[in-house]
Design a binder for this molecule. Structure first.
Ligand SMILES: Nc1nc2c(ncn2[C@@H]2O[C@H](COP(=O)(O)OP(=O)(O)OP(=O)(O)O)[C@@H](O)[C@H]2O)c(=O)[nH]1
Ligand SMILES: [Mg+2]
Length: 309
């Protein structure tokens, strides 16, 4: 199985270990997060994502460790496929320290010509702070100051342990860089979505990592709601060994939606396909979308096999 290496870097207390815990557990992790101790040097774990074996490195961010990594970059930093760089946006006293650390890291990668994708997680952007003007201004300035790394593909995400969907989006987006042809799936989902009037379509792996998704304008809060519903349903699908699960609920604007989760085995891997459609009076469209999954399976199979080949 091909191996890839991903690295979580950032200052101490930025929230790296918390993010990894959230990704792994998805529910009920807040209490554990509050009890976390600073990470000593580098902690590794391995997980499988489609046909890849991924080694995840959680780099302790205390100063003595950072010095160590930068003194021995070949030992610690080489051979990286994706960097997740975590910044605590609530601690603006340390923005400069954090950007300097990122500077040093990217300088090393530049020297060795590893122009890796860098996901910058503007973290601890808690839901209650979303409308905070001062914070938004500071973060905007911070982003602007980070646009100088022209050689690297830099992506920004606003994350919080209180928003599991935002964390999973950042994580999934990073992993999508491991597949060259992933655009095929995005384009396909866009087409399907338009043809069948879907509000949302998403293909996830059994660990809740999004392989591809497409949604029409959805409010953030609704996206989070859908993802949480998905996680709830996933628990049921897994414990009751079901292949198909239907549910329905309301958006914040009061309109009702129907959802379907189906377990699909494509190219030897288990996937979860999630579809959301606005509920119609006559339920015809709901049924149409269900039939669609059946009809489109072989097309999806082809696309997935092309992506992972
Ligand atoms: N408000 C808020 N606090 C958070 C969030 N994420 C993490 N924290 C808190 O930040 C503290 C530090 O989190 P860690 O995940 O241990 O930080 P770290 O980056 O792994 O630190 P080192 O291991 O020393 O490099 C924890 O006590 C968490 O409670 C968040 O999204 N919002
Ligand atoms: Mg840590």
């Amino acid at each position: 199985m091909p191996r890839k290496s991903i690295k979580f870097l950032g200052l101490d207390d930025a929230g790296k270990t918390s993010i990894i815990l959230a990704i792994k557990e998805k529910f009920g992790y807040i209490e554990k997060v509050e009890k976390l101790k600073p990470t000593k040097l580098v902690e590794r774990d391995v997980f499988q994502f489609l046909n890849l074996e991924i080694i995840r490195h959680d780099f302790g961010g205390q100063e003595q460790y950072r010095d160590d990594y930068l003194r021995n970059p070949h030992k610690y930093l080489a051979n990286t496929d994706i960097v997740y760089y975590v910044i605590d946006v609530q601690n603006n006293d340390r923005y400069t320290e954090s950007t300097e650390y990122l500077d040093s890291l990217l300088l090393y990668y530049k020297e060795v010509r590893e122009y890796i994708p860098v996901m910058i997680l503007l973290h601890k952007f808690d839901p209650k702070l979303k409308e905070d003007r001062d914070l938004n201004k500071r973060v905007l300035l911070l982003k602007q100051s980070l646009l100088k790394y022209k050689e690297f593909q830099i992506y920004f995400f606003e994350t919080s342990i209180f928003d599991i969907k935002a964390i999973m989006d950042a994580f999934s987006t990073g992993l999508s860089f491991l597949y060259e042809n992933i655009e095929m799936l995005y384009n396909y989902f866009e087409d399907v979505s338009k043809n069948f009037n879907l509000v949302f379509i998403s293909l996830l792996d059994s660990a809740g990592i999004t392989i591809g998704e497409y949604y029409t304008a959805l409010r953030l809060i609704d996206k989070l709601k859908i993802y949480n519903l998905y996680l709830e349903v996933l628990k049921k699908v897994q414990s009751e060994n079901k292949e198909l699960y239907e549910f329905s609920d309301k958006f914040t604007n009061g309109k009702r939606f129907s959802g379907v989760i189906e377990v699909l085995n494509l190219s030897g891997f288990d996937f979860y396909l999630l579809l959301i459609i606005e509920e119609q009076e006559d339920l015809e469209k709901t049924i149409g979308a269900l039939d669609m999954i059946e009809a489109e399976k072989s097309r999806m199979e082809t696309i997935i096999s092309q992506i992972i080949s």
